[in-house]
Design a binder for this molecule. Structure first.
Ligand code: PLP
Length: 384
């Protein structure tokens, strides 16, 4: 029995893992336990935006771990206070609640919006993904993810991602509208400025809270700090996570002024969240990602990749923004992603039976973008 099949004896079978065991990483490169080198164009699903083991992040973790690892949320630490100020300042200007994951950032947003309008309905959109815990899952209208775990949380409705559908349900009884400016897990579909602007107007007219889930799109992924900047539409609550800790688990709910003091002592909490080590790592991550030159390069390399993908054999559509890219194939995407990994050592991921997604580290250079295109072309050319 190999080490890999042995592992499955003790891991619950809820992930379809590939037969590769990774041992180390640097930038956009990974090495497996046989020291074979790979090019990572998935970043642990938009997590390793600064690349693997960024030296500044490693140094921040080492330094903080030797000073203080945990003290809890009954006290202050400098890394936490500094990170909160920086996150608020680069987005909605209100206050920050720290979490350990994306789904918890969404849970915090839902609870905040419900407290602001007691008993109100939460409205989400078809094609959304907001996480796996019960509140977030209740806002994730996908039959395969919800059905085995019913009954879900009450007071959630989902509608088609159109302004007409949204207008028909948002009222004075709505606590919140939650959406991803670009829907990531279901194949990278941008919602369009008209829909975002319309959602803003509906929330303003009814007093509902507008929540943007930027767990995947935030922190430079689309070529701006936040994806909402492209539309000019500002939410009341903003959820972030994936890239924030450089690979360590941290998320945050960021509020605007209106919700800055909605939570009172005792309303909500988390034992580990906002710990000094993850916050020190996140401060080092922000130093790298909140950089105009880097953001500009993200936009340029995204264009290069999209232009390079479009003419390839079997590619029927390409979409995305910055380094958040999907392309549709006229063949099985899972088989292609498996071949890319095992034959060309390129990490990508299939978001659907015919769709592949690229989320490379934001620190890649042009040569790595071209290298990835060549590996993808090589596989697609040999497919019938
Ligand atoms: C990944 C993701 C989540 C869930 O984040 P976890 O850290 O896995 O809980 C929520 N919303 C969006 C948009 C995501 O992409």
């Amino acid at each position: 029995m190999s080490v890999l099949s042995g592992a499955d004896a003790h891991l619950t079978p809820n992930y379809a893992r590939f037969p590769v065991e990774f041992a180390r990483g640097e930038g956009a490169r990974l090495w497996d336990s046989d020291d074979v080198e790979y090019l990572d164009f998935l970043s642990g699903i938009s997590v390793s935006s600064v690349g693997h083991c960024h030296p500044a992040v490693v140094a921040a973790i080492r330094e903080q771990a030797a000073k203080l690892i945990h003290v809890g949320n009954l006290y202050y630490t400098e890394p936490m206070s500094r990170l909160a100020a920086r996150l608020a300042e680069c987005s909605l200007g209100g206050k920050v609640f720290f979490t350990n994951s994306g789904t918890e950032a969404v849970e915090a947003a839902l609870k905040c919006a419900r407290k602001a309008r007691r008993g109100g309905t939460i409205v989400s959109l078809h094609g959304a993904f907001h996480g796996r815990t019960y509140g977030s899952l209740s806002a994730t209208p996908q039959e395969s993810k919800q059905a085995p775990f019913a009954p879900l949380v009450g007071g959630f409705v989902s509608v088609e991602a159109t302004l007409d559908a949204l207008s028909a349900v948002v009222s004075e009884q709505t606590a919140a509208v939650i959406l991803e400016p670009i829907q990531g897990e279901t194949g990278i579909h941008a919602l369009g400025d008209e829909l975002l602007g319309g959602a803003r107007e509906l929330c303003d007219a009814t007093g509902a809270t507008l929540i943007f889930d930027e767990v995947q799109t935030g922190l430079g992924r689309t070529g701006t700090r936040w994806a909402y900047e492209h539309s000019g539409v500002t939410p009341d609550l903003l959820c972030t996570a994936k890239a924030l800790g450089g690979g360590l688990p941290i998320g945050a709910l960021i509020t605007g002024e209106r919700h800055a003091d909605t939570f009172a002592p005792g309303d909500h909490g988390s034992t580990f969240a906002g710990g000094p080590v993850v916050c020190a790592a996140a401060n080092a991550v922000l130093d790298v990602l909140l950089d105009d030159a880097l953001l500009e390069r993200v936009s340029e390399l995204g264009e290069l990749l999209r232009e390079g993908l479009a003419p390839l054999r079997h590619v029927v559509a390409v979409r995305g923004r910055g380094l958040m890219i999907a392309f549709d194939l006229d063949i099985d995407a899972n088989a292609v992603s498996r071949r890319l990994l095992l034959e060309r050592q390129l990490l990508v991921n299939a978001t659907g039976p015919r769709t592949l997604r690229l989320l490379p580290p934001l620190v890649i250079g042009e040569s790595e973008a071209i290298d990835a295109l060549e590996r993808i072309a090589a596989i697609l050319e040999t497919e019938a």
